[in-house]
Structures are given as C-alpha cells and as structure tokens.
Design a protein around this ligand. Structure first.
Ligand code: F6R
Length: 245
C-alpha cells in the first residue's frame, strides 16, 4: 500500500482525482467503482471539471456504485444513486448503458447482487475503486467481520454506520441494511484508492495502519495490498506514526 499525506482536503482531493484521470487516460474502457459520502465530494467535483476541461473520453468507461442503502429510493438526496448522478453521471453525461447502481428498493436482492457480480466478472474485475472509510473501519458497506472473499452482498449495518449515515439525509431515516460490492472484488481491483480526511478519521486511520490486519477492521486489509493507496489530509493523519512514502 502507498500512503500519501497531503496538507489539505483540497490537495488530497486533487491527488485522488489525478489518479482517476491517469486510469481513464491509460484505459478508456475502465470499470470504475465509486463510493459516495462526504469524503469524495470535492474529488468528484475536481474530476468532473478536469474531464471536461481536458476533454478526456469517458464514453467507453463503466461506472458502478460501491453501495446503496436498502429501502431508500433513488430520488432521495441521501441515496448513493442520487449522489453519483449529482456529482458525476449527470455532469459527465454518462449514458445509462455505462452506469450500474444497486437498486435499494429491489424486491429481489439476490438478483441485485448477482447482476453486480456478473458485470464485474464480465469486465474482468474492477480497474479502479475509490472508497472512503467508515468510523468502524468499513469499506463500502463491508462491515467488520465481512469475509475477505465476499462478493456483492446484503449487509446488516452496525449501529455506528446507521447513526453516522443520518448525516446524508434531510430527515431521520430507518437505515438498517445496505447492498455493497464485496471485499474480494475491491481487494482484487487494479487500484484500490482510499481517501480519508478530517480529525474525526484520525483514530480510524491509526487503527487501520497500526492495529492488527484483520477483517474485523476491514480498512486494515488495505495495508497488504500492492494495489492499495491511502490518501489523507494532515488532520486525519495526526495519530499515525508510520511514514509517508
Ligand atoms: C459510501 C461508502 C461508505 C463511506 C464511509 C465514509 O458509499 O461506501 O463506506 O465511504 O462511510 O463516509 P464519509 O465519506 O461520509 O465519511
């Protein structure tokens, strides 16, 4: 894993956007798997702006959503679907054939997972996954204890995840479960880029980088990954004793 500590959230976000640009330029047909949440907002704004300014071809790439809340409709502004449309799919004009997002309202969740698994395997795996990290070390909705060989699945969310998740919504939501791309698919990605900023993530990053490597703290698994990147701002890195590369 490569660790990059940037001075600011803006610098971290610019560096993450640059890594995505490199992948799009090297492989226009890339399969991209993107998280939502507070962390990647600026990365996506910068990415969309650079793609437009530098006229990078996105007509051949495929975008999959990393996860979705069960029971939340796509028109809800707190849904992952809404977020990805707002920040990337609409600004870039990605066509429906290029985008595959979990349907949080599906009455056939097994099929939702099977469709995502089929797409990832048909494309030969994810080329670049951009993820955040939860307060319990989750990646996507791969909560602590998720098997490392998990493909897309329904995840029962821990109370910390459902409590923190309320921040995305206008009013209190009955959050309990999610659909997520699995740890195996993320760990096998060509590049797995985690971004984390702000002082509230400092204890999370300390456990990730200096605690035991275990699926009981999924983010720690990134440490063993040659395809892994951790990009932080200085506030999130204050409790790390490891050196940046
Ligand atoms: C959301 C997702 C989550 C978030 C994580 C951090 O699509 O995959 O795992 O990345 O909970 O969220 P923020 O960025 O809001 O701190």
């Amino acid at each position: 894993m490569k660790l990059q500590i940037h001075d600011t959230y803006a610098a971290m976000s610019a560096a993450a956007a640059a890594l995505v640009m490199d992948t799009l330029r090297a492989k226009p047909t890339a399969l991209l798997c993107f998280a939502t949440g507070d962390t990647p907002r600026l990365t996506y704004e910068l990415l969309a702006a650079r793609i437009q300014e530098e006229k990078v071809d996105t007509s051949q790439c495929t975008l999959i959503g990393l996860d979705e809340w069960l029971g939340i409709p796509p028109e809800n502004e707190g849904s992952c679907d809404y977020f990805l449309h707002h920040y990337l799919i609409n600004p870039l004009g990605l066509k429906p054939r290029q985008v595959h997002l979990f349907d949080g309202l599906s009455d056939d969740l097994e099929n939702e997972c099977a469709m995502m698994n089929g797409l990832i395997s048909d494309k030969g795996g994810i080329d670049l996954a951009l993820v955040g990290v939860g307060m319990n070390g989750h990646i996507g909705f791969n909560e602590p204890g998720t098997p490392v060989d998990a493909a897309a699945h329904v995840s029962a969310l821990e109370p910390i995840t459902t409590q923190v998740g309320q921040k995305y919504f206008m009013g209190e939501q009955p959050l309990h479960s999610g659909l997520t791309v699995g740890l195996k698919q993320l760990l096998e990605a060509g590049q797995l880029i985690m971004i984390a900023n702000g002082e509230k993530k400092a204890p999370v990053l300390r456990q990730m980088m200096e605690g035991e490597i275990s699926n009981l703290f999924p983010a720690s698994l990134l440490r063993q990954q040659v395809n892994g990147f951790l990009l932080t701002d200085s506030a999130a890195a204050t409790m790390l004793t490891t050196q940046k590369e």
